[in-house]
Design a protein around this ligand. Sequence first.
Ligand code: FAD
Ligand code: MLT
Ligand code: ZN
Length: 448
Amino acid sequence: MSLADSLATIVGPEHVITDASMLASYETDWTGRFTGRALAAVRPRDTADVAAVIAQCADAAIPVCIQGGNTGLVGGSVPVDGAVLLSLSRLDRIGDVDTVAGQVTVGAGVTLARLQQHVRPLGFDFGVDFAARESCTIGGMAATNAGGERVLRYGTMRAQVLGVEAVLADGRAVSRLQGLPKDNTGYDVVSLLVGAEGTLGVLTKLRLRLVPLLAARAVALIAVDDTAAAVRLVQQARDTLPNLEAAELFFADGVTLVRRHTGLPAPFADEHPAYLLLECADRNDPSENLLELLESSADVRDATVASDARGRHALWLYREAHTESINAEGVPVKLDVAVPLRALADCVAKLPSAIPTGRAIVFGHVNEGNLHVNVLDARDDAHAVTDAVLQLVASYGGSISAEHGVGRAKQAWLGLSRSAEEIAMMRAIKDALDPRGLLNPGVLLPPA
Ligand code: FAD
Ligand code: MLT
Ligand code: ZN
């Protein structure tokens, strides 16, 4: 029996896809930059299915590449040639909200938007949010330790994931879903699997911390002169506004692209070099707090504030539509870096001369010093562009991957952010849990 046939006995023939045209959507990433040819795509329903699929593939020594919503931006979600593509999209069950603990257990394939719809009517919210919410899965977000727009208040995925169920490379399942906030009984295997980018196991269920739903929100879009002014304003906002939730930076060239793609009007009568978006969330309308900040700062060149849902959404679009608008111009080389906040303005100023070719559109999450550097018209020079940006970032002691993960895109540069000793530790962990290198080969670490 072929491997595809034996996988069909586990998940049903309709969930083993081998037809080339039906495989296509699993084989290319969101940006269109990364592709691979899978032997088959397999769509298990639950942890037992995943365990049986992984055990079959291990028996046949066939690598398994793991995919959630396929919105990852570093090439980790597409298969290597000849691998089985394991899609987690059918692991989409959501448990009842544990209102006593403020927690919920969800299948890895549940999308962020579905989780939000499930918990919000009960007065809860999820601490991580970003523009891919309709497609990205909780499993993929945990695997990449996704960050997004609320990190300054709630932290990254690692701070939200209290427990996991996972299948290891040999098909054994491990379950740790109690969600105890205090539990010092040895190695933190949950935190280890979160952010491992699917190299150590397949996440099948996650126990999540919820946060209180704060429905009263106010968003300010603020025109400023430059990055240094945005950083000063964010520092002031952080010091004076306990309800501050988001601080996002973008520039005039990004707004031009977004307007071209979305048809949005100009945000202000005059164009400005840089824009800062701040959001506050509380039980009562926080607009007054934001307005006080704007009045007291010398860095504000123009500003508009919205507290109704429609107005807030319109302001957020200038920021959240960046990713799609950039991709609409062509396949970008995307880099996601972080530098110490005190070096952010200097780094932004040096980027244009550091990048050897192409058109760079930069935006990011200010408080974490997290810049998304998107270089258009540079696909053929991806290596040189990546090297130039990551070397610059490393010169500040920064991170070559702030929130998207290392994937296949940045694996060769891991040594810029991690010491040889740390990489050897990571390799030892990988070898202990996946000695034949069958899970997500080439992601994060070079193939064994
Ligand atoms: P995929 O893309 O399918 O996979 C991502 C990685 O995780 C791959 O290596 C894959 O093998 C692995 N993986 C997936 N599921 C599992 C699982 N169940 N078990 C083990 N490994 C698994 N990221 C941010 O951090 N912040 C942002 O603000 C942000 N904004 C975005 C906006 C847009 C428009 C887009 C397209 C992407 C954005 N991202 C952002 C990228 C981000 O990495 C993903 O959206 C999300 O974390 C990936 O989820 P996914 O389900 O699509 O995972
Ligand atoms: C974002 O913050 O919008 C993202 O991480 C997506 C991107 O980098 O394009
Ligand atoms: Zn981001």
